[in-house]
Design a protein around this ligand. Structure first.
Ligand code: ATP
Length: 513
């Protein structure tokens, strides 16, 4: 656990030191669970958003984009169920006065058991050496099976109590498992209560006439209320999708995990409208499709797993999370939800407007079913950033810190250096920057020895460094160094665009899907 904490701390401090993420309003001591994206962070975030948009909207001729407002008519949230049911079960520790999400306390307890399984696996791997078969070990070892059974039975009971809104049983479970407050170490808990996560605000000039509004807690409802407009004006035929990215706001109770759980965050959501009865086919399709998208980035095949929900939200008939191995363990990165016709029907009932689709092939109208894919952009950022940050031992017994961001997402694609700050080398280097900047985000750096400049760019995640030296003046060749392999090659200035393009173009990456 200590190791995980250390790794996570490194991620947070590296994100600050290299201009990726700052605490919001830091000069006023910050605002809890709100963060700002700095000069490199904004580029990485934009690149992730583009990577999603390209795959989702531009490469699918039956999916279109949307950018709906953060403010929506308040009836939206009554219809969607958020006013009545968008709450988390919370529990307070009477000694530390700290507030927790009851379900998260139980899940963290299970994560500790999970860590014990990992330990057993590591021990066995050491013992058996090359002959070790992890899958077989996990499927047959008595101790591991015991741990797994325990996790399953705890999560099953938690799921059932939450579904039945049996909050007393959630508390009983916490007591039976003897879960202590991480701060006070005590088991002096209050009862479990529900707490609504929406932020309220007001629209209008005078107190009497002002209308109560909510900041949207998800982008999905903006898609549902525009369903008929988009379908008609885009002449969309089922199956089709509407996608959007944008800010969402939740008054999270437990907001202590950096950008994993924020109060203001960004979502990338797609609602896919389908014929009723076909939802399970599409559910499987989108689960697989989204996992392929993640894997195309090469962050490590073992870093993903599906978690099928025991407890289904009020709108869903099936739901699964793609979980990612964050520095603090496997946690939800994206949700794939079969939302039935819940949302369209609810908006139809609350607005009195027809939200149906006329199917020319079947010659009848129906309310489409919906398959949703919903991913947090900030969580995706954390997944990319944390799994890319590594400390590498080098042959000469030194170490380097390197941020091996997928080149397609890296904020700066290449840094261009003059070997020395004289003899006309800076001018050539600056000319290369001028030429490349139309195609890629590039940087110029002339300060310090070249070795130091390499290290700086490694840590910032720049895939290429290009050095101009005295030979360049005659042969128009430069040295290009690759961040990951540290391999250096002499190449023509005229070929730089192609060489960099080969590695950073979205096309090459998304074709792996
Ligand atoms: P969790 O169980 O972690 O609270 P959720 O199930 O409430 O998440 P959804 O409502 O399904 O999340 O939202 C879809 C996605 O939005 C999540 O998979 C996650 O990536 C992202 N997300 C949700 N809440 C937050 C948050 N507070 N901060 C950052 N990202 C979030």
């Amino acid at each position: 656990m200590a190791n995980q904490d250390d790794q996570f701390k490194k991620v947070i401090s590296h994100a600050k030191e290299y201009g990726y993420i700052f605490q919001s309003s830091e000069i006023y001591d910050g605002l809890s669970a709100v963060y700002d994206y700095a000069q490199n962070g904004v580029e990485l975030k934009k690149n992730i958003r583009n990577y999603w948009w390209k795959a989702m909207v531009q490469l699918n001729d039956n999916i279109v984009g949307l950018d709906s407002s953060i403010f929506m008519h308040p009836k939206t949230w009554k219809a969607s169920g958020h006013v009545d049911a968008f709450s988390d079960p919370l529990i307070d520790n009477k000694d530390s006065k700290k507030r927790y999400r009851a379900d998260v306390l139980v899940e963290d307890y299970c994560a500790k058991i999970e860590a014990k399984i990992d330990k057993e696996v590591k021990k066995a791997a050491k013992r058996f050496g090359d002959a070790f078969n992890k899958d077989e070990f996990v499927a047959t070892n008595g101790r591991v099976l015991g741990y797994k059974e325990k996790i399953d039975s705890i999560l099953k009971r938690l799921g059932e109590s939450l579904t039945n809104e049996d909050l007393a049983d959630v508390k009983a479970l916490i007591e039976e498992l003897e879960i202590v407050c991480p701060l006070s170490g005590s088991r002096n808990w209050t009862d479990v209560k529900q707490f609504n996560l929406m932020f309220g605000t007001k629209l209008g000039a005078s107190a009497e006439s002002a209308m109560d509004l909510y900041l949207r807690p998800e982008t999905a409802q903006g898609i549902f209320v525009n369903f008929a407009n988009v379908q008609k004006t885009g002449r969309m035929k089922i199956p089709f999708g509407i996608a959007q990215t944008g800010k969402a706001f939740r008054n999270e109770i437990v907001a202590r995990q950096f950008i994993f759980r924020m109060r203001e965050f960004e979502q990338m959501e797609m609602q896919f409208f389908i014929k009723p009865g076909t939802q399970m086919e599409w559910y499987d399709f989108w689960k697989e499709n989204r996992l392929k998208w993640h894997k195309s980035l090469g962050l490590g095949e073992d870093n993903y797993r599906f978690h099928d929900h025991e407890k289904l939200a009020h709108y869903a008939d099936a739901a699964s999370d793609i979980e990612f191995k964050f520095p603090f363990g496997f946690k939800e990165l994206e949700g794939i939800h079969s939302r039935t016709d819940f949302d369209l029907k609810a908006h139809e009932a609350h607005s009195g407007k027809k939200l149906q689709y006329f199917d020319h092939e079947e010659n009848k109208s129906y309310t489409p079913y919906v398959l949703e894919t919903s991913i947090g952009l900030d969580r995706m950022f954390l997944a990319v950033f944390s799994s890319s940050l590594m400390e590498e031992e080098l042959e000469n017994n030194t170490t380097r810190t390197v941020l091996k961001l997928p080149a397609v997402l890296a904020p700066t694609k290449a840094a261009i250096f003059p070997l020395v700050k004289k003899d006309g080398l800076p001018e050539i280097a600056k000319q290369i920057v001028e030429d490349l900047k139309w195609d890629f985000n590039v940087a110029y750096d002339e300060k310090d020895a070249v070795g130091k400049r390499y290290r700086r760019q490694d840590a910032a995640g720049t895939p290429f460094c290009i050095t101009v030296d005295h030979d360049t003046i005659d042969d128009k060749m430069v040295t290009i160094r690759h961040r990951d392999t540290m391999e250096q090659k002499r190449v023509a200035i005229a070929d730089l665009k192609d060489i960099i393009g080969q590695e950073v173009d979205v096309k090459h990456w998304l074709k792996r899907m």
